[in-house]
Design a protein around this ligand. Structure first.
Ligand code: HEC
Ligand code: HEC
Length: 162
């Protein structure tokens, strides 16, 4: 009798536990409360698409920009601004938007959204810090000619041997 009672209790309990454990690892679907660059009325789905794009573009996990919660270190405190990387990412979002709008004149799609010709991935290519020089060569960038004195001529003759 006792066993039977226990068994019927155990199954639903473990089910409830499994469900709540799953939802712990996902960000809460509640409205974002600390958006300064993205539109405040962004849908949860679109916000997550954006965040996953960040992960893939930089080759990082969510905790590169989002600090762990003080109350429960297993969770991330997505609204917190304590990590410098999150603030850098905000600047990068503005920069990326401006590049598209001003320099590529990418325009907007039917729904009025900025078309992103250049994305985080264009520069980052799956890395935290984009590589500035092509492999094997320190080629001159668009910053202009080398400063006077830094000429490419043959090296000065070695000092005479005494
Ligand atoms: C490269 C940095 C970066 C990465 C990686 C990143 N995020 Fe974000 N996330 C941000 C920035 C910046 C904001 C704030 C955007 C704004 O101010 O408009 C944000 C905002 C959020 C918010 C809204 C928080 C609030 O309440 O305001 C959630 C939720 C979130 N991110 C979840 C995630 C998840 C989940 C991942 C991993 C899949 C992730 N983020 C990866 C930079 C990042
Ligand atoms: C025009 C090229 C370019 C684009 C587009 C770009 N970034 Fe960056 N990003 C850089 C460069 C270059 C650095 C390294 C700066 C440095 O070393 O001081 C950097 C650095 C960063 C860092 C700091 C990395 C670290 O190691 O601390 C973050 C975070 C970041 N970018 C996020 C983003 C996100 C998110 C996007 C898209 C919204 C983005 N970037 C788009 C060029 C770009």
């Amino acid at each position: 009798m006792v066993m039977k009672f226990k068994k019927s209790l155990v199954v639903p309990l473990s089910l409830i536990l499994a469900v709540s454990l799953c939802s712990l690892s996902l960000p809460p679907e509640e409205k974002a409360k600390n958006l300064k660059v993205l539109p405040k009325n962004i849908s949860h789905e679109e916000l997550m698409q954006t965040m996953h794009l960040f992960n893939k573009s930089l080759g990082v996990k969510c905790d590169f920009c989002h600090a762990h919660s003080k109350d429960d270190p297993k969770k991330l405190d997505f609204a917190s601004d304590v990590l410098e990387e999150k603030e850098t990412a905000r600047d990068m979002m503005k920069l990326t938007m401006r590049i598209n709008k001003k320099y590529f004149k990418s325009g907007k799609d039917e729904s009025g959204k900025q078309i992103m010709t250049v994305t985080c991935y264009t520069c980052h290519n799956g890395q935290k810090e984009p590589v500035a020089t092509p492999p094997g060569g320190n080629e001159k960038g668009p910053q202009g000619p080398p400063p006077p004195g830094a000429h490419d001529g043959p090296p000065p003759p070695p000092p005479a041997n005494h």
